[in-house]
Design a protein around this ligand. Sequence first.
Ligand code: GLC
Length: 430
Amino acid sequence: MTAHAANDIVARAVEVLKENDQGTYTIPTKGLYPFQWNWDSCLTALGLAHYDEARAWTEIETLFAHQWPDGMVPHIVFHVWNDSYFPGPEVWRTGRPTATSGITQPAVAGFAVRRLFDRAKDRKLAAERARALLPKIDAWHRWFYENRDPKGEGLVAIIHPWESGRDNSIDWDDAFERVPTEGVEPYTRRDTLHADPAHRPTKAQYDRYLWLVQHFRGLGWDNAKLHDASPFQIVDPGFNAILIRAATDLADLAEALGETAIAKANRARAQKGLAAMERLWSDAHGQYLCLDRVAGTLVDSASVGGILPAFAAIPKDRAAAVAANLERLSGTARYVVPSHDPGDRRFDAKRYWRGPVWLVVNYMIADGLAAAGHGQVAQRITQSSLDLIRESGFAEYYDPLTGEPLGGGRFTWTAAMVIEFLRDAQVGGA
Ligand code: GLC
């Protein structure tokens, strides 16, 4: 790509970010997602920093202003009422001063804040803002291990598929059989008004998403109770790897800022987590798998959740196996990384997290693989991501076989990731 073409794409990406900017937070896209989402915001901050560092810090600060007293950072903050999304505050009823959902999302904040800090041109501003966020992110990490790892195994469970960020992954299908649907209050979905129903989760899945929400609401959103009371407890390798990476990054940042206690606690969490991840490894698949904590078994489902651990400092031989697996996947899909192995009969090229490519996931995998010395595979992922943008625009997700844009359009975190990819790509020509 020429420097001119790259600059043009960045300018278009910045337009998307500005369009979705609400002043102190950014919505993922108009219509489909009109509020602030947790991991969207943290990754979006990296794109914002490209043209406004102060605004980037604000994005993450706004999210943490709505952290719960117990340390949890909710997956959605409903800043301004809007009826284009379901389930809204009237379903969650979490009783927070500003309405929020009652579950969390991948803990990518520690990673994002370290990256903002490392790159900051305004060092004084960065030190101030990072220092204020440190104890909050640390409290969130502590919350995870206290509430989602009750036996101290070193790995945390999600209790709702939405927490993983990979809402309708094939990974949850078997465990979902255990989630009942009796007593689900009547509801009308809104997502299918904004996007093709064939590209979205099914009604059977939605019923179960809502059953879980009602079940947790019935327990007063008391996190001391929810994990054990949930029929859905999954140890997702991608989710854990993000938390482990964030803990390592937070430890480095805390050290740089002289906060030794925070550094020590997070270093220990990361170390224990990395050792425990071995339990999730599958030689047969050449990647990690989810563990169904209720059933006590690994889930036979080769999703991108088991490739994402490349984002953390996994052992060298594991990273090499994941890189080899990615090369194999490049042979089956025109664009990588598909969210599910196309060789699996359950793969669906267009249905959300059951096959399509998502640029945020690509970004984290490429980042980790490059750091582990697998530059070529990382480059292949970056190239696929940029090809998708050039051919199909800033979509929510993409068909890995055809590149067709799917879901919402003018999508914030997709735009932010493109700015990131181009920052590191080698751009030549005039
Ligand atoms: C969908 C995605 C989730 C994302 C949200 C907002 O629910 O599955 O990962 O955070 O949309 O973009």
